[in-house]
Write a protein that binds this ligand. Structure first.
Ligand code: S3P
Length: 448
């Protein structure tokens, strides 16, 4: 089990650097999994190299795609909607909730059975949210009982007959659930119409429409209407933009430790992903969004932090839609809250309880380790900001959660001595070059 030892960043050594963050994990999963459905070979450019995307790449190989490297590109020859093959062994989704939930949708209409397994964390994550609506569409999926929910291993299929479209209001905003149902809707007879309570990420809608799916979006409602469609999808190139959820740690590090100039290029600034930028603006920090362009159907830009010291942040309330748009950034935003003047309240974030760890509990425990006063609530946290006062050097357990490990690394830059963060191996699920990039910006991190 690997640990980070993170040294405080001296006030007279602000961070500085110009970099490109790895490819977005969410777009990467979709690029890989949807390529299986393409009638023509697909070049996927800019994949992030994290282990989670690797799970999706191996899964499509098991289902009949060929996956080959060509320089920086991954070239996928898929099977189309009609040609998927039964895998000869269980598909191991590792730590990846997106892989397992999206596969439920991809496999729901198939006339063969597939077993989906995962690591210890994934084997505790709730799957009823995808299983139940897919069953309403006519899929046969079983899981293991776990309290009121169902968890992996899952067995998907064989489907007893053709799927039927549904009209469904998602009880929680979830791009994974939305995507699973839209994928199943590609095979279904009749219309699939989904409505979400909040603005979850829309990479699926953008990519499926670009591949020729009969998909329309009207506000919070997405519809697949296969009437008259030949059930063929195709795309030549999928260009994966930089991951805003990885860039978030670099932005926060620059705000916490101070920066002469930290510039992250090619970051996806899809409005469904930019909640962090809105929250840091409300906290009083300036992150410049420069050189906006559209690449591969997604808006990208450079995020630039030019900031002298580690002070000047204000506590804020984080609630409602912005939580959905910053769902993976709440741990690192809580670290910024600890460095702010005044109290920050996070509400409406109960979804954090069912991420790679219970992120309300693990964020609270992490911050308490740094001497921060935190109150845990059912749907969020209250963080008492310490302003410019240094945090206490900590010994933190990241609980195998990549985002807790990286958020703790950011907090440790502002501590009064070296901090130790244990159980950090899963940083490789989303951001394998995290330590290298942080060192490149001037941070001192030892890996033990
Ligand atoms: C993701 C959706 C979010 C997010 C996860 C990736 C996706 O999960 O937390 O890291 O790629 O669709 P939910 O859909 O469960 O909210």
């Amino acid at each position: 089990m690997t640990s980070f030892v993170v040294h405080p960043q001296p006030a007279d050594r602000p961070l500085a650097g110009h970099l490109t963050v790895p490819g977005d994990k969410s777009v990467g999963h979709r690029g890989l999994l949807f390529s299986l459905l393409s009638e023509t070979p697909v070049r996927v450019l800019g994949l992030g190299g994290g282990a989670d995307n690797g799970r999706s790449a191996r899964a499509i190989g098991q289902l009949g795609a060929t996956v080959a490297r060509d320089g920086d590109a991954v070239v996928i020859t898929g099977t189309g909607l009609a040609g998927m093959r039964a895998p000869t062994a269980a598909i191991d989704c590792g730590n990846s909730g997106t892989t397992i939930r999206l596969l439920c949708g991809l496999l729901a209409a198939q006339r063969f059975a597939t077993t989906l397994i995962g690591d210890e964390s994934l084997s505790r994550r709730p799957m009823r949210r995808v299983i139940e609506p897919l069953a309403t569409m006519g899929a046969a999926i079983t899981g293991q009982g776990h309290g009121a929910d169902l968890v992996p291993p899952l067995v998907v299929g064989p489907a007893p007959g053709p799927l039927r479209g549904i009209t469904y209001a998602l009880p929680v905003s979830s791009a994974q659930v939305k995507t699973a149902l839209l994928l199943a809707g590609l095979w279904a007879e009749g219309v699939t119409r989904l409505t979400e309570p909040g603005p979850s990420r829309d990479h699926t809608e953008r990519l499926l429409a670009a591949m020729g799916a009969p998909l329309t979006v009207d506000g919070r409602t997405v519809t697949i209407d296969p009437t008259g469609w030949d059930r063929r999808l195709a795309i030549d190139t999928i260009d994966v933009p930089g991951d805003p959820s990885s860039a978030a740690f670099l932005v926060a590090a620059a705000l916490v430790a101070g920066a002469t100039e930290v510039r992250c290029d090619q970051v996806c600034v899809n409005p469904t992903r930019t909640g962090l930028l809105d929250v840091v603006a409300a906290m009083g920090a300036t992150v410049a969004v420069e050189d906006r362009v559209v690449r591969g159907g997604e808006p990208v830009a450079s995020l630039v932090i030019r900031r002298g010291g580690g002070d000047g942040l204000r506590g804020v309330e984080i609630a409602g839609d912005v939580v959905v748009r910053a769902i993976d950034e709440i741990p690192v935003l809580s670290v910024l809250a600890a460095r702010a003047e005044g109290v920050t309240v996070v509400r409406d974030a109960e979804e954090l309880r069912v991420k790679e760890s219970d992120r309300i509990a693990t964020t609270a425990a992490m911050l308490r380790g740094f001497g921060v006063e935190v109150e845990e609530r059912p749907d969020g946290l209250t963080v008492a900001g310490r302003g410019a006062a240094p945090l206490r050097a900590a010994h933190v357990d990241a609980a195998g959660d990549h985002r807790i490990a990286m958020a703790a690394t950011v907090a440790a830059l502002a501590a009064d001595g070296p901090s130790r963060i244990d159980d950090v191996d899963n940083v490789a699920t989303s951001f394998p070059r995290f330590v290298e990039i942080m060192r490149g910006l001037g941070a001192r991190i030892d890996v033990a």
